[in-house]
Each structure stands twice: as C-alpha cells, then as structure tokens.
Design a protein around this ligand. Structure first.
Ligand code: OSB
Ligand code: MG
Length: 369
C-alpha cells in the first residue's frame, strides 16, 4: 500500500444523553475521523477514541493530533506498507500513545481489506456473521432513573447490562437492580474508583451474581488486582490496565483478572487486539470488545474485531442510536434482539454519511508525503 494522502476530519458530536462515570460526565464526543487514500484511489477510514480530558487514560484529542501530525503520519509516508500487521512495528519507535496509533492503523486495515475486496472481519480472520452485544449504562441521577434505563435496554434485547459504579453508588443500588431484575446478565464497571482498603465493600458484590467487575482498582495496577481477585468470587475484568499483549500476559500470569476488555484504541490497534485474542484463547480467558462512545466508524471496527473467536462475551458495541441522533455512517448500526449483523461490503462495510460528517466537522487538515 502506498499512502498518497491522509485527511484528518475533526468532529464534535453531542451525545443523546450525558454519560457519567466515577470520574465525571461527558456531553460531547470530540475526535478525528482519519481518511486515508492509496495509490489506486481506495479510501480507508479510522476513528480516534481519546477524549478531550485524560480522565480514562492519559491520551487526549490534542495529544493524538500531536502524535499523528509530528510522528506517526511521517512514519507512514516513509515507505510503502506491505501489510497492516507491519504498522505496529513501523510505530514502535514511538512509546505508548496507543490511541493515536490505533486511529491510523485502523484506516490502514480498512484500506487493506478494500484492496482485497474482503470485509474487515474477514481480513482480520473473524468468521462470525453476527455478534451478541450488551450496553453500558452510566451513573444515573437516581435509582429510579437507573431502573427505567435498564428496563428500556433489556426490553430492546441487549444481552447484558453493564452499570457504572463508584463508592456510594454501588451495593445499595445493585441490590435494587437485582430486586427488580433477578435474572438479567449484569456486570459493573468501577473505572478504578476503589482501593484495596475497600475490600470488605467489594466482597459484598459476590452476593449479586454479577458476570464480572471491571477495573475496580488503580488504572495502571496489575498486582493489587491479583490480591483482590484471590478474595473475590466475582471475576475481575481488566480494562484501563491493559495496553498491550504483554500487559495481558502479566495480568493472566499473576491472576489479576479472569476476563479482559479489549478496546482497539487502548491496545494500539487491530493487530494487537488480534494477538490478545489469540493469547487469551490459548489461556482460556474470555474477552469482549469495549467501547469509547464511538461514532459509526469506530463501531464498525469494533464489530469487525468482535467476529474473532475468543470474543465470547457480549461487548459494549451498542447500536448507533444508543448515543447518536444521527451517526456518520450509512446505514447506521442497528441491533435486533441483542444481535448486530456483521456487514458484508468490503472494508468497514458501511458508507460514510458525508452530509452528517460535514455537519459535525469543526476542522479538516490534509497531509501528503
Ligand atoms: O470504562 O468501558 C469504559 C465509556 C467511556 C470511557 C470508558 C468506558 C466507557 C463505557 C461505555 O463503559 C462504552 C460505550 O458504550 O462505548
Ligand atoms: Mg471500563
């Protein structure tokens, strides 16, 4: 692949409803759509997932722009690309900054798939024709709001509900949820809101038949999660702590988790996600695909990676209408009874809705070799 042009479209989209975690509330998603054009005029698309502030991990929209502009795009223009698998190696002189790398690598994968007239899922080695999906629900203003939100998504058919927790919005709330919904597949995500001193509180979670608890402790911790997992029946799932295959290996070896949330952006791209899939398969660790309040292009990449065989649990890839009044792809992602059909057109499998994209665009920058 000879990359002839890279266009960065910076978009700002307003969420249908504010999304709250243990760290605060988001109303808007500000990100880049990466459009990459090759020597034959194929166009590949990627989406950056970093937020405007570094509350989740350390990257931001501005650091992503800085990395892409000053380091990563020049590296892509340096020489042709044999295969998207090589992009991670091409970027290896740049430490971390996984979300910046993944945004560009995703566009290379889309180009590769389109050049071979394959779906992105096929190019990645995935074989599912449809994927099971769940939904992530933010911290709500009241328990009543939470119960009605769960009711709404359960009725729509989502196959598991994830609710955000934090100290003070946890045991009592989960008890109410379980009273009203004794059997729904339910999990919780703390986004790192607890410490080992909260161990007695966390042990109470074992009474509520939760599928797992996601990232209870430090965002960069692996060791303390191992100590906690020894005291908990509920499986721990790591999110923030896992930046790479190597992190996954450490966590599995140390017993820090029994499940891994794979976010393509957080681990540096689709190639690394695939490696984590393969390693977790060997070690019998179920994985699922997390989300970053993605717009349609990110959603398409998430659907493609979820077709790999170790993605055995429903992820957070909800339908477009979960977050957006109008998404930037055509058709939008739809969900039927908890199932999303994997698109069959080459590459990401969706067209860009240019009038929507232009409506949300706040900046456009063109890069050439
Ligand atoms: O921890 O998985 C998370 C959203 C933003 C940042 C971090 C997380 C989340 C979610 C929602 O849980 C995922 C989604 O629906 O896209
Ligand atoms: Mg999480």
């Amino acid at each position: 692949i000879y990359i002839k042009e890279i266009i960065l479209h910076r978009l700002r989209m307003t969420l249908n409803d504010p999304f709250s975690t243990s760290f605060g509330t988001m109303q808007e998603k500000d990100f880049f759509v990466i459009e990459m054009i090759d020597q034959d005029g194929h166009r590949g698309y990627g989406e950056s997932v970093a937020f405007t502030s570094p509350w989740y991990t350390e990257e931001t929209v501005k650091t992503v722009e800085h990395m892409m502009e000053d380091f990563l795009i020049p590296l892509l223009f340096e020489a042709p690309i044999e295969h998207p698998n090589d992009v991670t190696r091409r970027f290896s002189s740049i430490k971390r900054n996984t979300m910046a790398k993944a945004a560009l690598e995703g566009a290379v994968w889309d180009l590769h798939a389109k050049r071979h007239n394959q779906t992105l899922a096929e190019s990645l080695g995935g074989s599912k024709k449809e994927i099971d999906v769940g939904v992530s629900i933010g911290v709500q203003p009241t328990v009543k709001d939470l119960l009605s939100t769960i009711e709404k998504y359960a009725t729509e058919g989502y196959k598991r509900i994830k609710m955000k927790i934090k100290p003070g919005w946890d045991i009592d709330v989960i008890k109410e949820v379980r009273r009203q919904f004794p059997d729904i597949p339910l999990m919780v995500d703390a986004n790192s809101a607890y410490t080992l001193q909260d161990i007695e509180r966390l042990k109470k979670l074992d009474e509520y038949n939760l599928m797992m608890i996601e990232q209870p402790l430090g965002h960069d911790d692996i060791m303390e999660h191992a100590k906690l997992q020894q005291k908990l029946q509920t499986p721990i799932c790591l999110d923030e702590s896992i930046y790479s295959l190597n992190d996954a290996k450490m966590a599995i070896e140390l017993g820090s988790c029994k499940v891994i949330n794979v976010k393509v952006g957080r681990v540096g791209g689709l190639t690394e996600s695939k490696k984590i899939n393969d390693y977790c398969k060997q070690h019998n660790i179920p994985v699922w695909c997390g989300g970053m309040l993605d717009a349609g292009i990110g959603r398409a990449h998430n659907i493609a990676i979820t077709t790999l065989d170790q993605f055995v649990l429903p992820g957070d890839t909800s339908a477009s209408d979960r977050y957006w009044k109008k998404d930037i792809i055509e058709p939008e992602v739809t969900m039927d009874n908890g199932v999303i059909k994997v698109p069959t057109k080459p590459g990401i499998g969706y067209d860009i809705n240019w009038s929507a994209l232009e409506e949300y665009r706040i900046e456009k920058r063109i890069f050439k070799p």
